[in-house]
Design a protein around this ligand. Structure first.
Ligand code: 6CS
Length: 283
């Protein structure tokens, strides 16, 4: 082969390689097609009623999974399959591909909005304290806990309440990570913590089922914002998130969204009166 012929061939190969490398990525609705073929979406939940719940027989319910199940059904994804995760592990699990979406009441906050692709708002709630009857330490805010050197707070690991307590100045050694509601209640009853903090509807659900006259609820926590969650998708799955939002908007418009979440105690109006953009920008 002459040098001339070799150089001509090499130039052709280089041009082909260049054209392949600039070809647009596969249509990014491939994730939705993947879930349709899979027959289900793998969702991360926490098992914290009424946001998310897993019955003894394994049945998944709660407002967040119920909305997601209905939206995915309309997208042609037959069902959802849930795995329980601590809040702080949900985003790493999503990013590692263990979940297709987080549907757990994972509240929108700027740092989370930077890490995932949230849908539009779904479930909104304020924060609450469960504490000993009579509130002997007079705890009404996270700052009250910070100001009392003897007060210990229990909260979910990587959760909003843990962060609010730390930001209010509660030292790390007085913020106790609690894996789930039942553990938090037991720790409160045993005096290992002085207050257990979750969103209002979660605390009310837990305390009402505990049927313990020695426990009372303070809600809303003074100075703490009302948060809203959205379904959280992996960065890169924005096409799937957008498709989810289209069906979510239809549910909101038709009144079916309210029919799903309001029996759990959530307000459709609260979710429909704000946006992902506003919530992700909130300080
Ligand atoms: O988004 C969060 O971090 C919080 N969301 C709920 C529904 N419960 C506790 C958790 O800290």
């Amino acid at each position: 082969m002459t040098i001339r012929k070799f150089l001509t061939m090499a130039a052709g190969v280089a041009a082909l390689a260049a054209s392949v490398s600039v070809m647009p990525a596969a249509a990014d609705d491939s994730k939705l097609e993947e879930l349709k073929a899979q027959g289900f979406a793998r969702v991360a939940i926490a098992n914290e009623p009424p946001f998310t719940a897993v019955a003894a027989d394994g049945k998944v319910s709660g407002a967040a999974p119920d909305v997601a199940r209905e939206v995915f059904k309309r997208l042609g994804v037959a069902d959802i399959v849930a795995s329980i995760s601590e809040y702080g592990a949900m985003i790493p699990g999503l990013q590692a591909g263990r979940h297709d979406v987080i549907t757990a009441g994972l509240f929108m906050k700027p740092e989370r909005c930077a890490a995932v692709a949230y849908s539009e708002p779904i479930l909104c709630d304020a924060e609450a304290f469960a504490l000993k009857k009579g509130n002997p330490l007079g705890l009404k805010s996270y700052k009250d806990i910070a100001d009392n050197p003897d007060a210990k707070i229990g909260a979910p690991g990587g959760g909003t309440e843990e962060k609010l307590a730390l930001e209010a100045g509660v030292p790390r050694d007085r913020v106790i990570v609690v894996p789930d509601g039942q553990s938090g209640l037991k720790m409160l009853q045993d005096g290992r913590i002085d207050v257990y903090s979750l969103p209002v509807l979660s605390i009310n659900d837990l305390v009402s089922k505990a049927n313990d006259p020695g426990i009372e609820v303070v809600a809303p926590v003074e100075g703490a914002p009302v948060y809203c969650d959205g379904a959280a998708f992996k960065k890169g799955d924005e096409a799937l998130r957008d498709a989810f939002d289209v069906e979510l908007a239809k549910l909101k418009e038709s009144g079916e969204f309210a029919k799903i979440i309001e029996p759990y105690g959530f307000s459709a109006k609260a979710a429909m009166s704000t946006t992902r953009e506003k919530l992700c920008a909130a300080k």
